[in-house]
Design a protein. Structure first.
Length: 458
């Protein structure tokens, strides 16, 4: 087993801080909007242009800064600025991933897929126009009228399968802005998050029909852990694992399945929404491997999950997988548009550590633990992590540096070694107290389905 060299992660790579300062300046310029560019905003835009001066973006970004500063704001100019921002964050991402691979002794596939030139869908033009209005008004200028102006555009995009990725992003973005409107009354604006969503949507609007390069694989999937992402209207579980095939070395892959929900469905009940993926849920709850037959997988290591092509098989202890297979598994390449520090999530395994003051310590080295993200849909809690002796997690990065998000731990419970995984309740709570409380509160999913069925029968 390869040890994680935490000392390698102690300092950010050279240039990362400067690049993030430039991005931060641009994000701040969007807070009050670009209708009248102030001196600080002009300085931030000029710094952005300077950061990409040695790249193919130099001329279009420099021209965009000049036009925007003069009040000539068009979607072409804003798109150039969004591209420059994405390029800077992409460079930061690559530097951080290289640092993480060095600390873990890992290797990864290189991105070799060629960009396919496509004609942007005309429906996306409406989204660019609205995103332009958003940039001109700034976050402080967002009100219900501005948000509702995107309703027809989002509705049209949702009806076009080729634009589903852009449609879902804009649907969520507008819902978030609507919930905060009028933004002028907010004490603090999430400038980085909203700039991320704005820039990503703008770049997606220029893409033609997407056809992700895939291959079909057959083999054994060994789950390591599951990361649960839950919001008021949706839940997604992302399973990280090692894929073994007969004709290739082991590699790291992900499985993402999601479902729409309402905000009254929380905690263990969210698993019921994913009942169509029975084989996957069984493997998570019972710690089993999955035998795959002709399962599509993209070049980014994402299995396009089809439960009919999978079968839960023999027991497979995730901690054994993390000890034996994880160090040799090769990581997937990252698509250009996904090269952003916020997307970094690298599976890691720790043993022989202690936890103190919210950090994992190994010798004289330490790394922060992200305990706030532990989901209520599983038995893993902060207390469980603090008393653990083995840990599987995701190495992540934010403005404060590297951290680890726990996915599973092993600890002693009344002298008995017990494993706690985020996916343990995939088939229902195994904790008697939680199961009793859930039964007492009633089955929210069943009630809502019955009400929906009653409405459809009318």
């Amino acid at each position: 087993m390869q040890a994680v060299q935490l000392s390698t992660l102690a300092e950010a790579p050279a240039g990362v801080a400067a690049a993030l300062d430039t991005v931060r300046g641009f994000d701040a310029a969007l807070v009050n909007g670009l209708a009248r560019v102030s001196e600080p905003q002009h300085a931030a835009l000029t710094a952005l242009a300077g950061a990409v001066a040695g790249s193919p973006l130099a001329e279009p970004v420099s021209s965009a800064v000049a036009k925007v500063s003069a009040g000539a704001i068009g979607t072409d100019e804003l798109s150039a600025l969004a591209a420059a921002r994405a390029a800077l964050l992409g460079a930061v991402h690559d530097a951080l991933v290289e640092q993480a691979d060095a600390a873990l002794g890992r290797s990864r596939f290189e991105w070799t897929a060629e960009a396919v030139a496509g004609t942007p869908n005309p429906l996306a033009a409406g989204s660019r126009a609205w995103l332009g209005e958003l940039a001109i008004a700034g976050w402080r200028g967002v009100d219900h009228d501005l948000v509702s102006a995107a309703d027809r555009t989002v509705e049209a995009l949702l009806g076009e399968p080729a634009l589903r990725r852009l449609a879902v992003l804009l649907d969520g973005f507008t819902a978030e802005l609507s919930a905060c409107a009028p933004v002028a009354t907010m004490d603090r604006v999430p400038a980085r998050r909203w700039a991320d969503l704005w820039a990503r949507a703008l770049l997606l609007s220029w893409r033609g029909a997407e056809s992700a390069a895939t291959e079909s694989v057959s083999g054994r999937l060994l789950p390591l852990g599951v990361d649960v992402h839950e919001h008021g209207t949706a839940v997604q579980v992302q399973v990280h694992g090692v894929l073994e095939t007969t004709d290739a070395p082991a590699r790291l892959v992900r499985v993402s399945v999601a479902a729409a929900k309402v905000d009254t469905i929380v905690g263990p009940a969210v698993w019921q929404l994913l009942g169509a993926h029975r084989q996957l849920l069984t493997a998570l709850a019972e710690h089993r491997a999955l035998e795959l037959t002709d399962m599509p997988v993209t070049v980014t290591g994402d299995l396009l999950w089809d439960d009919d092509r999978a079968k839960a098989s023999a027991e497979a202890d995730p901690f054994v997988t993390a000890t034996v297979q994880l160090p040799q598994a090769r990581a997937a390449a990252v698509a250009p548009l996904d090269r952003d520090p916020v997307h970094i999530a690298v599976p890691v395994f720790f043993e022989g550590y202690r936890i103190r003051e919210g950090a994992l310590e190994s010798g004289d080295q330490r790394i922060a633990l992200d305990l706030d993200a532990l989901p209520a849909a599983g038995p893993l809690t902060a207390a469980g992590v603090n008393g653990s002796s083995l840990l599987i997690g995701l190495l992540r990065w934010d403005a404060n540096g590297w951290s680890v998000r726990p996915l599973a731990v092993q600890r002693k419970v009344k002298t008995v070694l017990t494993a706690l995984h985020n996916g343990d309740w995939a088939l229902g709570p195994t904790d008697p107290k939680v199961a009793k409380a859930q039964a007492k509160s009633g089955d929210a999913v069943a009630v809502l389905r019955e009400r929906a069925g009653r409405l459809l029968r009318k």
